[in-house]
Design a protein around this ligand. Structure first.
Ligand SMILES: NC(=O)c1ccc[n+]([C@@H]2O[C@H](COP(=O)([O-])OP(=O)(O)OC[C@H]3O[C@@H](n4cnc5c(N)ncnc54)[C@H](OP(=O)(O)O)[C@@H]3O)[C@@H](O)[C@H]2O)c1
Length: 273
């Protein structure tokens, strides 16, 4: 797909999958608005992309994990005089551990960033796309959105939210000329797991951000609402859909359980549901 003359806003563009979206969209002709908290990382990548692809690249450093961040970002985009043709809602993080032991403000920040900000930015930029009868929105969910994930309960739920929200939005926008997709990666080789702080969160062989973004952009040419990266992750999503929920929860529980955990307690919790 060619994005020449279009402006793509990518959240979480400082590292990982978001940085790869920025690289690939610039290579396909897009101008960029790159958003994250770490301005130094954004500026370094912006300079590289502006040089290599002759793209206009603007950087907006903002914490999207706070209520009100969507309004702030939209105002800064307006101040730059830019219109958003492609929106990639990619910024997100995960927590690992049981809810009873959790740092509550961190869980609420996870819900805010992974869910509320996705809705906020979508609702702010979609009406202009609808009026122009063109535009693309890619919301980054996860294969974890297909199943409940004990020990990562909030993360799994946020990604189920993104998946459900985006699939419904896909149907709403079908007659409008706007293309909407949920992207569902599985374990991907990015700094994501350093932020989680638990290697157990990475299930299976990690794919590369390049593979994930190629899958996402390829998915824009196909017709369905969700794009799953990799054959193994497609199998996981099918398993989650067709096996009894109790069995699926048990498999998920064993997959991400902390290695030093009391196994009898976890197994009992999973099988009692
Ligand atoms: N890696 C995986 O295995 C995997 C699997 C499935 C789905 N995903 C999803 O893919 C997306 C990208 O993750 P990744 O793997 O690329 O991880 P990553 O390398 O840790 O990237 C996360 C990005 O989000 C930004 N971010 C985090 N908190 C933010 C905040 N409060 N405000 C603004 N930006 C914030 C980070 O930038 P700053 O720190 O500079 O703000 C960074 O650019 C996430 O939604 C994640 O849930 C990842």
């Amino acid at each position: 797909m060619d994005f020449t003359g279009q402006t793509a806003l990518v959240t979480g563009a400082s590292t990982g999958i978001g940085a790869e979206f920025a690289r690939e969209l610039a290579a396909r002709g897009a101008d960029l608005i790159m958003v994250a908290r770490r301005e130094d990382k954004l500026q370094a990548l912006a300079a590289e992309l502006a040089r290599d692809h002759d793209a206009r690249v603007d950087v907006v450093a903002v914490d999207l994990g706070r209520p009100g961040a969507g309004a702030e970002l939209a105002a800064r985009v307006d101040a730059l005089g830019r219109q958003v043709d492609v929106l990639v809602n990619n910024a997100g993080f995960a927590t690992h551990g049981d809810v009873t032991d959790a740092d509550l403000p961190r869980l609420l920040e996870e819900v805010q960033l992974n869910c509320a900000t996705v809705v906020d930015l979508t609702a702010r930029f979609l009406p202009a796309m609808t009026a122009r009868r063109s535009g693309v929105i890619i919301n980054v969910a996860s294969v974890a959105g297909f199943l409940p994930v004990p020990h990562m309960a909030v993360y799994g739920a946020t990604k189920a939210f993104v998946l459900s929200f985006t699939e419904a939005l896909w149907a709403e926008t079908r007659p409008t000329g706007v293309t909407v997709r949920a992207l569902c990666p599985g374990a991907t080789d990015t700094p994501f797991f350093d932020v989680v702080g638990a290697e157990e969160a990475a299930v299976g062989k990690r794919r590369t951000p390049e593979q994930v973004v190629a899958t996402a952009l390829g998915g824009l040419r196909r017709s369905g609402p969700a794009v799953i990266d990799g054959r193994r992750n497609t199998l996981v999503s099918l398993m989650a859909r067709y096996l009894p929920t109790r069995i699926v929860i048990g498999i998920a529980e064993r997959s991400v359980r902390a290695r030093n955990r009391d196994h009898t307690r976890s197994a009992g919790a999973a099988s009692s549901r």
